[in-house]
Design a protein around this ligand. Structure first.
Ligand code: ATP
Ligand code: MG
Length: 567
């Protein structure tokens, strides 16, 4: 089978040389927050790779830390994976499903002299570990008798040892150049209630120990993870190989039948995006400090935020596909994400006219009460969308900034004495500016009856075309405009003494009470439109009311990414 990235190259090789007969991946989130677009990339890689090779992908919650995890997060993660379009069928697993197995293996490692109980305290552990340039020292507890290790480990499980008094370590090599191999902790005491196992367990396996075991028992072939785990791979392999050696030697028969082949860990580069933060920890800080409306704030790159803002699952899958899989860390320009949704919506959604900052116009030569029903196209990029009717009348709104009383040269919008085209309707000329307390409150204009539909028989040149709303039939809608949440391209690289939250743009959310075509009063959550000259918008799923919908701007129309990259 053809491959398109280095992960797939490995897989093709592994299938070719018979290391594995099928492909089985997993997506292993820790339920300690909501997923973000980096996770979306990982989901697309894990599920997408399984689909490509006609294999399977499991969903596994890495719930090895009882203190930070919550059911709310588990539910949101499931919703997000489904929404992205992937299906784990009945294969929903938890690291906590394997606590018993992890424990059993730990006793075997102890019995084989491959793990020991250590009583060093936090600081001491650090001192004994050594540094990147100097070897560590063996723990004074490293050579204690196997029986003693087993006895204490069982006491730890029974709750007879206090938190911090003891922990189980793998006995590997305190002089290893890889710090992860210097007798890493594999079990610690945590007297906390776990969201699934309650108070059954007092000791919890470390991620680096539980993860390979979870992969193995589930029959995972390719354990795809991000680059920061590259240095942990020797430990991943150590855990698997030590246990497998014990089983293969016949000295121990595990209570569960383990798959014959061991999984293989493959690392790829994390996704980073400009002008935002990506880690769950930082996102949680933003939520808890009320810098955003919640985990689904449309300005943050959580999947729930992107969904609420109006991104489609297909646009995020397309984004993940196009950024590709790399072996070196990089930062993706957020404009590229905007480009992907814009490109999709340009073809798929219908146009509408909305005036964000209304300025009233009275067309003085238009008969009172007269109406004219005109037709405008719904999507010039896709004529299958057909046309719709708009009603023209004596009083209309245009954008306040489409009028200038003292315009500069080459201003093609409306100004005193100038003529513009109203989209799909008529030409109008401004005759009078009405002010109150120095502020413009209304314009008086005249229209040319010969210009119906936006052209005149004499084909005279009118360069400005404005969108407009009929005052009589206007719908009131709320429109939310977003800017990047941060003023800094990389909010995590900040001067000392500063906090990333100091760089939150307080004006990143702007709310407008707008006038819209009447069809926009009759919408449902997640309906999407292009508002002419303003960008792409999506009906907010939380704050919309039946007669007062709220629209989120997904993205503006201007495409700086495509322009920059077209040369
Ligand atoms: P965070 O720091 O945001 O919590 P994490 O790596 O701790 O990230 P996990 O829940 O442990 O989050 O991640 C689940 C999977 O998603 C892991 O395989 C992880 O490597 C992957 N992942 C997390 N962040 C990214 C990212 N920015 N780009 C690609 N994959 C990611
Ligand atoms: Mg994590």
């Amino acid at each position: 089978m053809e491959s398109s990235n280095f992960i797939q190259d490995f897989i093709v090789e592994d299938l070719g040389n018979g290391r594995y007969g099928k492909v089985h991946t997993r997506f292993p989130p820790e339920p300690n927050g909501y997923l973000h677009i980096g996770h979306a990339k990982s989901i697309c890689i894990n599920f997408g790779t399984a689909i490509k090779f006609k294999g399977l992908c499991n969903l596994r919650f890495d719930d090895t830390n009882p203190a930070k995890e919550e059911v709310e997060y588990v539910d949101s993660i499931k919703e997000d994976v489904k929404w992205l379009g992937f299906d784990w069928e009945e294969r929903e697993y938890y690291a906590s499903d394997y606590y018993e197995l992890c424990y059993e293996f730990a006793e075997q490692l102890i019995s084989a002299g491959k793990a020991y109980i250590c009583h060093l305290k936090g600081d001491e552990v650090g001192e004994y570990r050594g540094t990147l340039t100097s070897a560590g020292n063996n723990s004074p507890w490293r050579e204690r008798p196997i029986e003693e290790n087993l006895e204490i480990f069982r006491k730890m499980r029974a709750g007879e040892v206090e938190e911090g008094e003891a922990f189980l370590r793998a006995k590997i090599d305190m002089a290893s150049p890889n710090m992860n191999m210097r007798d890493p902790a594999i079990y610690r005491i945590k007297k906390e209630t776990h969201h699934r196992t309650g108070n059954k367990w007092i000791i919890y396996p470390m991620y680096d120990y539980a993860h390979p075991i979870g992969d193995w028992i589930e029959g995972i072939t390719h354990s795809i993870c991000t680059l920061e785990f590259e240095d942990h791979r020797p430990l991943y392999e150590w855990v698997l190989n030590e246990i497998k050696t014990l089983i293969d030697s016949g000295s121990y028969i595990p209570s569960q039948k383990m798959p014959a082949a061991l999984p293989r860990q493959i690392e790829f580069a994390r996704l980073n995006l400009t002008y935002t933060v990506m880690s769950k920890r930082l996102l949680r800080e933003l939520v808890e400090n009320n810098h955003v409306l919640g985990w689904d704030d449309p300005r943050i790159p959580t999947i729930s935020g992107l969904r609420r803002r109006g991104y489609t699952p297909s646009s995020l899958r397309e984004f993940a596909e196009r950024i590709g899989v790399a072996k070196a860390d990089s930062v993706v320009d957020i404009q590229f994400l905007y480009f992907c949704i814009r490109e999709e919506l340009n073809k798929s959604v219908q146009r509408a006219m909305v005036v964000l900052d209304p300025l009233k116009i009275v067309i003085t030569n238009w008969e009172e009460g007269k109406e004219d029903i005109l037709e405008v196209e719904n999507n010039p990029e896709n004529l299958e969308h057909g046309n719709r009717k708009v009603v023209f009348g004596r009083e209309i709104y245009i954008e306040r900034d489409d009028f200038m009383e003292n315009p500069p040269k080459k201003y093609f919008r409306l100004s005193p004495g100038s003529e513009v085209r109203l989209k799909g309707a008529y030409y109008i000329t401004c005759k009078e500016v009405i002010k109150k307390d120095g502020e413009i409150v209304e314009l008086h204009c005249v229209y040319d009856p010969e210009s119906r539909g936006g052209e005149t028989p004499d084909a005279r040149k009118v360069r400005g075309t404005l969108h407009w709303i009929n005052c009589k039939t206007a719908a009131d809608i709320e429109v939310r405009l977003f800017e990047n949440l941060f003023t800094l391209e990389n909010p995590t690289a900040i001067p000392e003494g500063k906090n990333f939250m100091d760089y939150v743009d307080k004006d990143s959310l702007v709310v407008k009470q707008a006038k819209a075509e009447p069809m926009l009063a009759d919408v449902k959550p997640y309906d999407r439109f292009q508002f002419l000259r303003h960008g792409y918008f999506c009906v907010d799923s939380k704050d919309s009311l039946p007669q007062k919908p709220v629209f989120n701007r997904i993205v503006g129309l201007k495409d700086t990414w495509a322009k920059l990259n077209s040369k």
